[in-house]
Design a protein around this ligand. Sequence first.
Ligand code: AHZ
Length: 311
Amino acid sequence: QLAFASKKAQDAGAAVQDRTADGLTKPLTEMMGSWDNFTFAPIRESTVSRAMTRRYFADLDAHAETDIVIVGAGSCGLSAAYTLGTLRPDLRITIIEAGVAPGGGAWLGGQLFSAMVMRKPADVFLREIGVPFDDEGDYVVVKHAALFTSTVLSKVLAMENVKMFNATTVEDLITRPDAEEGGAGVRIAGVVTNWTLVSMHHDDQSCMDPNTVNAPVVISTTGHDGPFGAFSVKRLVSMKQLEQLEGMRGLDMTRAEDAIVKNTREIVPGLIVGGMELSEIDGANRMGPTFGAMALSGVKAAEEAIRVFDM
Ligand code: AHZ
């Protein structure tokens, strides 16, 4: 519904209907076969620079104050973004993704294998976004994990109320004293960001201070511990909001997926944690290459975020 809300998307929709017998759009078939005299419309380099930078800086300006930040655009973060963006077109949603390529671990099913397994009832999310699958009874299989990831990504990016800043790392959390906790606790009030390449080189470059995004609700889905993972929950420990992390346990598919969905919740006021980042707090098992819990933890994180935002 949202994907077709904008004028641009409506124009694209109109072109889609204008198909020739071979399945291509008429403007494309008319162009084919005339390559000898082919030229692009003219452009000056500065026009390209301005077309990009004007929009980027307008987005930075608009999203300096946002409603909900999602940290990490893996399978959980993207599922959360899809759900939030669809349910609440009135909210401004900002995704911060450290990698150049969003998607986290969801471009492959497991190891180097293409197919993605989701246990039921996560097939409801695939039906929602229109990804086809083989129904194997208790579980379903998408023929390529990249089909899931590219579909949810394309739907999220087409939403008018969502902006993704990729190649950008969250390197700290903004905090405020939480009055309800009597001064001891904090509530999360946004995130501190930097270009990922800068974040990776704080040790060998002179200081380059970060930027900030204010938001009353942050959803963190940075995955389990690793070079970048479990960012927010590790920071909660170092700022003494969590005593310690239990640490992700060994693989147990059956227990792991139920636990991740069940435990998706607000960890400190204003910070909801979903996906594999949660396993580090609770000492949940990992599930390996089954992705149903990532999609449904994202849906639950979105629901939690709306509840917290509306309080
Ligand atoms: O780049 C990271 C990835 O795209 C991004 N990220 C991590 N730290 C960040 C930071 N700022 C911005 N400080 C950051 N972005 O977060 C994304 C995490 O994606 P993921 O696929 O690693 O996590 P997920 O919880 O969405 O999915 C986990 C998938 C797994 S892991 C697993 C196992 O190990 O057993 N099984 C499954 C299904």
